[in-house]
Design a protein around this ligand. Structure first.
Ligand SMILES: Nc1ncnc2c1ncn2[C@@H]1O[C@H](COP(=O)(O)OP(=O)(O)OP(=O)(O)O)[C@@H](O)[C@H]1O
Ligand SMILES: [Mg+2]
Length: 348
């Protein structure tokens, strides 16, 4: 127990008062009523007890009022003061507890400030990225329109070509804006999942079929490693999982080997989840960037992926989808080259 707790202060103070009162009593009775001398204990005890409890009560009341103000300031008023009062009654040093609470509160505030600063940096970078990404198509469109206005519109050789190119830039801007909208919805928690039971193996085959055209354009071959007879019932938002597969297979094709691209999709049955892997034999991802590929707008090789028509938002969306399912996604480089993306899904 601390030396200056309300209890000890009350004890010392009431002892002093009792002593003074006893001396006064002694002097008084000795001078006027010597027969009262033996009544000293009867007089002293109530004085001691009364002063002890009055002092203790006033100190506690005083401290409690001050604590309430402190707790109101640090915004923990609802439960804390009552709890503290209880503790105080059991003899603990209440001021030490308050001191601890204030220290915790200031630590919390420091962390919050650091987080806000990080968010501010993140936002600044994000806005910079968005305007940078939109600048290219906007300037392209401006260029084509100006050329057309400067007489190009009458030149049969370029007019349609330039309009088509301008349209391509508009499409790109739309793609960026749509992806951004999707990410914003995920981050605001507005994206609701429609979970259902479906066969993951069947979905993989469907997506592979859908992506075969694109694979052909890139000289890539898509293969599914799991036999079609096998059934993997997953519990997830089918449409979203489809989107994840399309994105990952699309990347595997785009960043795969230019001459003989090989994309393999496998599903592994673990005890309480399924693991889907999409692996390619392409350029791979430099080790130092592996943990950054899921960031918005992050590209390992800017020129190449922009030429491939990407917004750099695909993996950020994929990660959001998987995390909304409370599942995990990861990436690693293959020893023989290329990279492997894998994600888990809940079993139905
Ligand atoms: N399979 C892969 N092999 C090598 N690099 C990859 C692979 N997948 C992604 N990357 C790298 O990660 C970056 C981010 O991928 P992400 O899918 O987010 O964007 P993107 O493919 O450029 O655009 P989008 O998916 O919007 O069309 C890519 O630009 C590329 O540099
Ligand atoms: Mg992509």
């Amino acid at each position: 127990m601390a030396t200056s707790s309300p209890k000890t202060i009350a004890l010392i103070d009431s002892l002093i008062i009792t002593l003074v009162a006893a001396l006064a009593y002694l002097l008084f009775s000795w001078l006027f009523f010597p027969s009262w001398l033996y009544l000293l204990p009867v007089f002293v005890l109530p004085v001691f007890l009364t002063s002890y409890f009055i002092i203790r009560y006033s100190i506690n009341k005083f401290i409690y009022e001050k604590i309430t103000i402190i707790y109101r300031t640090i915004g923990q008023l609802k439960t804390k003061p009552q709890e503290e009062l209880k503790k105080k009654k059991s003899g603990e040093d209440v001021l030490e507890i308050v001191n601890q609470a204030v220290l915790e509160w200031s630590e919390e505030q420091k962390q919050k400030i650091a987080e806000l600063k990080k968010m501010a940096d993140y936002r600044r970078e994000f806005v910079g990225n968005v305007s940078h990404e939109l600048k290219t198509p906007i300037f392209n469109i401006q260029g084509y329109i100006l050329t057309l206005l400067d007489g190009g519109i009458n030149d049969e050789k370029v007019n349609i070509k330039y309009l088509k190119r301008a349209k391509k830039s508009v499409d790109r801007m739309i793609a960026i804006v749509e992806d951004l909208e999707e990410i914003t919805k995920f981050e605001a928690g507005e994206m609701k999942l429609k979970k259902e039971k479906f066969d993951l193996n069947e979905l993989v085959r469907e997506v592979v079929e859908y992506m075969e055209m694109k694979a052909g354009e890139y000289n890539a071959v898509l293969t599914t490693e799991t036999p079609s007879s096998q059934v993997f019932y997953a519990n997830a938002d089918k449409k979203r999982v489809r989107q994840v597969l399309v994105n990952l297979i699309d990347n595997a094709i785009k960043y795969g080997d230019k001459k003989r691209g090989m994309v393999k999709i496998s599903i592994f049955d673990f005890h309480d989840y399924y693991l889907t892997e999409i692996s390619d034999n392409g350029i791979g991802i430099p080790e130092e960037y592996l943990f950054r590929v899921f960031e918005r707008f992050f590209r390992t090789d800017k020129a190449r992926s922009r030429e491939a028509g990407g917004t750099g938002l695909g993996l950020a969306i994929v990660k959001h989808i998987i995390e909304a399912h409370h599942q995990k996604i990861s990436v690693r480089n293959n020893p023989e080259g290329g990279s492997t993306f894998s994600f888990t899904l809940e079993k139905a």
